[in-house]
Design a protein around this ligand. Sequence first.
Ligand code: 5GP
Ligand code: MN
Length: 317
Amino acid sequence: MRDVTEELRAAKTIVMSLHRQPDGDSIGSTAAIAMALRRLGKQVTLVTPDAVPRVYDVIPLYGEFQTWDAMADRRFDLVALFDCADERRTGAPKELHAYAPRVLDVDHHATNTRFGDVVFVDPQAAASAEIAARVIDQLGVTIDREIALALYIGLETDTGGFRYSATTPDSHRLAARLLDAGLEPGEISQEIYERQNVSGLRLLGAALQSLRVREDLSLAYVLLSLEDFARAGASAADAETLNIVEYARRIEGIEVGALLREEEPGQVKLSLRSKGGVDVARLAVAIGGGGHPRAAGATIQGSMQQAEGTLLSLLRP
Ligand code: 5GP
Ligand code: MN
């Protein structure tokens, strides 16, 4: 942990990127660290490979995320990444060392490929926001209301509202501390969970219509094609913020829930969720992805039908 803060202290100009299809933890932990670094006088530039879901617009710095293309001719002292399990997840068109001589990789995914010059991975942390809070403490920056809000959103969303089994007493202790900084949890959950657009809910409807249950494999899954997105008028960000994949796991007696989402013709994003009996990170790694034992993902090249075949073969004994 000390080498993480040393790396951050040594840099004057820092670029931070979210991961593809950024979630609340990616945005929250990155924004919190960026705010803390600015309080120390650092110049921090923020990048995202994909659109940041609108529900996260309460996070300070929400409007500041630029594209990697805008970084093409820029050089920094450091690339600092939080919650990014591998280099490709940044979506950067060039290797990360093209942007800075040093790369910092801080994460809570056990499958992290340890691609940084300095790496800190704590798979016990329920969210990267937990690690970010420790880094901010060690930097000696006070966690004020704005930083607390970013951290809380990372923590709350990655623990599924403190429901997932990765949640620990430390998660709750951090949450209490963040609330003490002046946050109101009801207000925050209203911002994040009760501002869905109608098209997102229509997409959820299409997903639930597509539900397939394979009791023999203890698997339930839903499929969303590009046509489903077009018909609903919805975006990939809607699928992420509605946590559509979780519905498949909710069925009694089903161990693994999955979502197959067509990203572009010939490319399908697979999301996997487990109740704990199956390590879905292991399944995802087998096809080039990664994640956590109970939440993982991968990108599959091929048609929806081929991706479905891949999913079924992963679950077959
Ligand atoms: P989701 O299914 O919500 O996209 O991702 C679930 C978890 O798996 C997240 O922690 C996410 O970071 C990780 N994950 C999803 N897709 C990939 C992937 O293609 N590669 C890696 N390494 N991790 C992924
Ligand atoms: Mn995370």
